[in-house]
Design a protein around this ligand. Structure first.
Ligand SMILES: Cc1cc2nc3c(=O)[nH]c(=O)nc-3n(C[C@H](O)[C@H](O)[C@H](O)COP(=O)(O)OP(=O)(O)OC[C@H]3O[C@@H](n4cnc5c(N)ncnc54)[C@H](O)[C@@H]3O)c2cc1C
Length: 402
C-alpha cells in the first residue's frame, strides 16, 4: 500500500478496539452495507469495517453505476428485484442523497441469436414481476432517436430489450451514505487499516491481524471484491474466482442529451450520461487475469469505436478520463454470499460486474445471516458450497460479458 493511501482518510477515525462482535474486511459498498444493516436492523453496533485504503477505493468507486433487475435465472431475478426495491428508498433510509434516478435501460440487439436470448429473458422477467419488453427497430428509434439503426452500416439493430426500471445512482455518494449512516449508529470505519491475517482456531475464525494490531472478533466477513481469493486465503479458504480488469471512460461534460442506459448486447458496450453531463462508457471485462488497475489505450479506442457505431453523436465527444477496476468472476457469474467452511467466517464475494446493484440486498441478507444464523431464502442459492455441490446459478448472459 502506498503512503498516499495510508495518509488519506476522510471519515472520523478512532483507534480499533481489541474486540468487535463483527469485523467486516473491505470498505466498499458491500462491506459498508453489511455493517450498516447489522447496526440498523439487528442492533449489533460493536462492529468495525477495516479498509486498507479509503472507502470506495475499490470497485465501489469505479463502477458505471447501473442498477437493474433484468437478470436471467429464477434465482438472480428475485435477488436483484429485491435490491432495486431497496435502492428506491435508500436516500431516505440513509438520509443522504445518492442521486438515484430511474431512466430505463435500452439493450440493442443485432443478431437473431441474441434476440432469442432477450425474448426468453423478457418472459422470465415478467414471470417474476420485472418489467422487460422486446422492442422493434421503430420502437427503438422512438425511444432513443440518437441510436443509429444501421449500427454504423456494420451491425444493423434488429430489435431491443427495454427495461423501464433500469436506474443509475452516484457510486461514491452511495459509499458515503452507508459509511456515515453506519458511523451514526456506532460502527467503526477504519480507513488505511489493512488486514494482513485471519486467525482460525479449531476450525473457527476468532479474529484478524491488521497493520494496526490484532483484533478479536465474534464473526469476520470478507467483502473485498477484487481481492477475495487473497483475503479468503488468509483463512485457508479457497475461492473459485478469477480476477479480471474492467475499464470505463467518461467524456467531457455536455448538455443532457441521453436518457438512461443504451447498450449493445452484441458489441458489449454501454453508455449513459451522468448527472454532471459526462458520457460514461463501459464495456466487458478484459479476458486476462491481473491485479493491475492500469488502463489501456486499446480499451479506450475500441470502446469509443463501438459507442460511435450505435450512437454516432459520440464521435464529437472528447474523452476526458479513463480508469480500471477489478472484478472477481465466479464460474457461474453469480455472487458468493454466505458462510464459508470456517465457522464464523462469512463471504460476500464474487462480485463480478453486479456487486454495485446488489449491495443493498447483499447487506440486508448477510446481516440477517450473521445476526440470526439463518440463511435468508433470497441468498440460499448463492451459498459458497454450491460449486462443490454442483448447484451453480449460471447467469453469464446477464453479466454483460462473454
Ligand atoms: C469499471 C467497472 C464498472 C462496473 N459497473 C458496474 C455496474 O454498472 N453495476 C454493478 O452492479 N456493478 C458494476 N461493477 C462491479 C462493482 O463495482 C463491484 O462488484 C462492487 O463495487 C463490489 O463492491 P465491494 O464493496 O464488494 O468491493 P470493493 O468496492 O472493491 O471494496 C473492497 C474493498 O476492500 C479493500 N481491501 C482489499 N483487501 C483488503 C485488506 N487486506 N484489508 C482491508 N481492506 C482490503 C479494498 O481496498 C476495497 O476498498 C463495475 C466494476 C468496474 C470495475
Amino acid at each position: 500500500m502506498s503512503g498516499l493511501f495510508r495518509r488519506t482518510t476522510f471519515l472520523r477515525q478512532t483507534e480499533p478496539r481489541p474486540r468487535y462482535d463483527v469485523v467486516v474486511i473491505g470498505g466498499g459498498v458491500s462491506g459498508l452495507s453489511i455493517a450498516y444493516n447489522l447496526a440498523a436492523k439487528h442492533g449489533i453496533r460493536n462492529v468495525a469495517v477495516f479498509e486498507r485504503a479509503y472507502i470506495g477505493s475499490g470497485g465501489s468507486g469505479r463502477n458505471t453505476q447501473v442498477v437493474r433487475a433484468n437478470y436471467n435465472t429464477p434465482e438472480t431475478i428475485p435477488l436483484y428485484k429485491a435490491s432495486l426495491g431497496l435502492w428506491r428508498s435508500l436516500s431516505q433510509e440513509l438520509d443522504f442523497n445518492i442521486q438515484f434516478s430511474t431512466q430505463g435501460e435500452l439493450d440493442l440487439v443485432h443478431t437473431h441469436d441474441a434476440l432469442e436470448v432477450e425474448r426468453d429473458k423478457s418472459l422470465l422477467n415478467k414471470a417474476y414481476g420485472v418489467e422487460t419488453h422486446i422492442l422493434t427497430p421503430d420502437e427503438v428509434q422512438k425511444r432513443c432517436p440518437l441510436v443509429d439503426l444501421t449500427g454504423g452500416g456494420e451491425l444493423p439493430v434488429i430489435g431491443a430489450s427495454y427495461h423501464p426500471p433500469g436506474s443509475l445512482a452516484r457510486h461514491d455518494s452511495v459509499v458515503w451514505a452507508y459509511a456515515v449512516a453506519a458511523q451514526r449508529l456506532g460502527v467503526h470505519v477504519h480507513e488505511g487499516a489493512e488486514v494482513t491475517g485471519i486467525d482460525v482456531e479449531g476450525g473457527r475464525c476468532i479474529g484478524i491481524r491488521t497493520d494496526r494490531g490484532a483484533v478479536s472478533a465474534g464473526s469476520v466477513v470478507s467483502a473485498v471484491a477484487g481481492h477475495s481469493s487473497l483475503v479468503a486465503g488468509m483463512a485457508s479458504v479457497r475461492m473459485p474466482i478469477r480476477t479480471h480488469p474492467l475499464q470505463a471512460f467518461v467524456t467531457e461534460p455536455y448538455k443532457h442529451v441521453l436518457d438512461g442506459l443504451v447498450s449493445s448486447m452484441d458489441l458489449y458496450i454501454y453508455i449513459s450520461q451522468t448527472a454532471r453531463g459526462e458520457l460514461l462508457v463501459g464495456a466487458e471485462i478484459l479476458p486476462y487475469n491481473t491485479y493491475s488497475t492500469r488502463s489501456t489505450f486499446d480499451f479506450l479506442s475500441e470502446a469509443a469505436k463501438r459507442s460511435i457505431l450505435i450512437l454516432p453523436f459520440m464521435a464529437k465527444a472528447r474523452a476526458m478520463r479513463q480508469w480500471t477496476g477489478l472484478c472477481d468472476m465466479t464460474p457461474d457469474s453469480s455472487p458468493i454470499l454466505g458462510k464459508s467452511e470456517v465457522e464464523d467466517f462469512y463471504l460476500a464475494a464474487g462480485m463480478g460486474t453486479w456487486g454495485f446493484k446488489g449491495a443493498p440486498i447483499f447487506g440486508v441478507t448477510m446481516a440477517e445471516l450473521i445476526a440470526t444464523g439463518r440463511t435468508p431464502t433470497l441468498i440460499a442459492p448463492f451459498h459458497p458450497a454450491r460449486f462443490r455441490e454442483d448447484r451453480m446459478v449460471p447467469d453469464a448472459a446477464s453479466a454483460g460479458t462473454h
